[in-house]
Design a protein around this ligand. Structure first.
Ligand code: ASP
Length: 597
């Protein structure tokens, strides 16, 4: 309103054109919003000989005047521009979809014409948020003495659990670079070089089968520090996320970030990234003896009732749904169908209604006395009026299914509130995971993660070979915990890292534990082992998934919405039509002969 009376020149794109008799109204869009232009009678003749169309690029000179019909929905809704002169800077073909918040364009079309989709306010807002997160992170890290150092993209493999993208080398016929799955080894080398606080907002490349919401190239806020212990890292980086909350969302997150061991996360939530916006913890009624060795087994509550489903199951798990006793038969049938879906893979769902009058009504009445049902209900932590849901089956699958069911119920009951943010550190991950097909250990995080100091001896003094595959959990390596941590936000892993191994001998032992021969270790990581001989400081770090963090802060399920030029679920850029074939001359230069050509 303060601009009324001013002469202005605006340039932008024509969003809409409306004619009212001799007057034409045009909504002109630029990066900052929409302004209404008014073309009076005199200019209308010019418009007739130079007609405007949607998405034409227009420059207009005129005077800011007060609008009679104000539009409260947009910031410039109380003014308009009385156009005195205009120039069509460029014409536009009719766009394939409407460039407005509610577009009529489907996903594929919008991706094909991503440069038009990016004109839409909804997409622009996401990129603005991304930039705000980027700025906030950089400011915080800069203020804390971190230095942004670029690391190369054409490198040798950095194992982060995915396949490498490779790039053929023309100058070194028959040889290939790998694109970094992360700058992991470089940031560690920078610590050896004495750059004690490093960061980078950096692209990482992982050739994985693209499950929903993954991108073959994605961005990390990648950080590393020297002379630190786990506690220093946790403090520094919860500071980073809190700062981002403040700068980007205006949220003062003053609570200490909760911490949970991996084992408790798995035990109570069936998941290593629990959504702690709501409770509904899992109760383990029965567990196999080797898993969660120290945790209490409550199978006495359910065994011996001649109920084959429970007697024969490896694990039986329950959750109490607050107020769920009122669930109708139909709702229970729907939940049963839900757990039977192939993605969840359960055979059925048992329930106990714990009625307000203290009685129990259950789908397993036939096998369990009221008294036994009461003990199960108590074990599950149910109150009167609650519903207890029970799943039985193989340990891993059942825990996963129960975790999914918990999240689904949380969703249905509105407990996963979009505007509530709950951070969590998950700590003490296992150092190794068992790879069944190869009967060997693989690094759960990556091979540079150090074991808990108190368990280094267990690692060094035991032979990694697994002699009894069926009983791999009894191997001492199964108990070794890592100095590793993940940051979880509302049930999403937003970052993860570890304290690193920095002694050559221990790093060699780690490669050995992963089944790598000495030659292989030298061939792949000779540079790192060598560097560890020249005064490597103790160090550790973390990397945040930048795209995902933006998506969560923007209240979206999809990271694609926060990437300017994303790929689709098959890893294709539909706008560029990439990947694509290359011609024979280029293949020749690269010394490559295609198998089927
Ligand atoms: N490089 C690791 C990753 O990409 C993060 C880290 O350990 O700092 O997950």
């Amino acid at each position: 309103m303060g601009d009324i009376g001013k002469e202005v020149t605006l340039a932008g794109w024509v969003q809409t054109i409306r004619k009212f008799g001799a007057i034409t109204f045009v909504d002109l869009r630029d990066r900052y919003g929409i302004t209404q232009l008014v073309f009076n009678e005199a200019l209308n003749t010019q418009l007739e000989s130079h007609p405007l169309g949607r998405e034409f690029v227009l420059q207009a000179k005129g005077k800011v005047i007060e609008r009679t019909n104000k539009n409260g929905a947009i910031p410039t809704g109380s003014i308009e521009i009385d156009v005195q002169q205009f120039t069509i800077l460029n014409k536009s073909a009719v766009p394939p979809f409407t460039i407005q918040d509610d577009t009529d364009g489907g996903d594929d079309l919008r991706m094909k014409y991503r440069y038009l989709d990016l004109r839409r306010n909804a997409v622009k807002k996401n990129l603005e948020l991304r930039y705000a997160v980027n700025r906030s992170a950089r400011n915080y890290l800069h203020e804390n003495n971190f230095m942004d150092i670029e690391t190369p993209f054409l490198i040798k493999s950095t194992p982060e659990g995915a396949r490498d993208f490779v790039v053929p080398s023309r100058m070194n016929a028959g040889q290939f670079y790998a694109l970094p799955q992360s700058p992991q080894t470089f940031k560690q080398l920078l610590m050896v070089s004495g750059y004690d606080r490093y960061y980078q907002v950096v692209k990482c490349f992982r050739d994985e089968d693209l499950r929903a919401d993954r991108q073959p190239e994605f961005t990390q806020i990648d950080c590393e520090m020297s002379f630190v212990e786990q506690e220093d890292i946790l403090n520094m980086f919860e500071g980073l996320i809190k700062r981002i909350f403040k700068d980007v969302k205006g949220i003062e997150y003053n609570d200490a970030v909760e911490r949970m061991t991996w084992e408790d996360a798995m035990w109570n939530y069936g998941n290593d990234k629990p959504d702690i916006r709501f409770g509904m913890r899992i109760c383990t009624l029965k567990k196999p003896s080797t898993v969660f060795a120290e945790k209490q087994d409550q199978s006495i509550l359910i065994n011996g009732a001649n109920f084959q489903v429970f007697d024969g199951a490896e694990a039986v798990l329950a959750i109490a749904v607050s107020g769920g006793a009122v669930y109708t038969r139909k709702q229970l049938d729907e939940l049963t169908e839900w757990v039977k879906r192939p993605q969840i893979g359960m055979k059925g769902l048992a329930y106990i209604r714990f009625n307000e009058d203290g009685t129990c009504k259950s789908s397993i009445d036939k096998f369990y006395t009221e008294e036994r049902l009461k003990s199960i209900v108590d074990a599950a932590g149910a109150q009167k009026g609650d519903l207890v849901l029970i799943l039985a089956g193989a340990e891993e699958r059942t825990r996963k299914a129960m975790s999914e069911l918990r999240l689904e119920l949380g969703e249905q009951m509105g407990l996963r509130k979009k505007d509530e943010y709950k951070l969590l550190w998950v700590l003490d991950f296992p150092l190794f995971e068992y790879a069944e097909e190869e009967n060997r250990w693989v690094a759960r995080h990556h091979p540079f993660t150090s074991p808990k100091p108190s368990q280094i001896d267990t690692m060094i003094n035991n032979d990694p070979v697994i002699h009894d595959a069926a009983n791999y959990l009894a191997h001492p390596y199964a108990q070794i915990k890592a100095n590793a941590y993940d940051m979880v936000l509302n049930g999403n892993e937003i970052g993860g890292g570890s304290i690193r191994i920095y002694q050559r001998a221990l790093q060699e032992k780690m490669f050995d534990a992963l089944g790598m021969s000495q030659e292989e270790a030298l061939h792949k990581f000779g540079f790192l082992l060598g560097a560890f001989e020249y005064g490597a400081p103790p160090h550790g770090g973390i990397a945040f998934g930048f795209d995902r963090l933006c998506a969560i802060l923007g209240g979206s399920e999809s990271i694609r919405d926060f990437i300017a030029f994303p790929k689709n679920n098959s890893g294709r850029d539909v706008m560029l039509d990439a990947p694509s074939t290359i011609d024979d001359a280029q293949l020749n230069e690269l010394n490559i002969l295609l198998k089927n050509s």
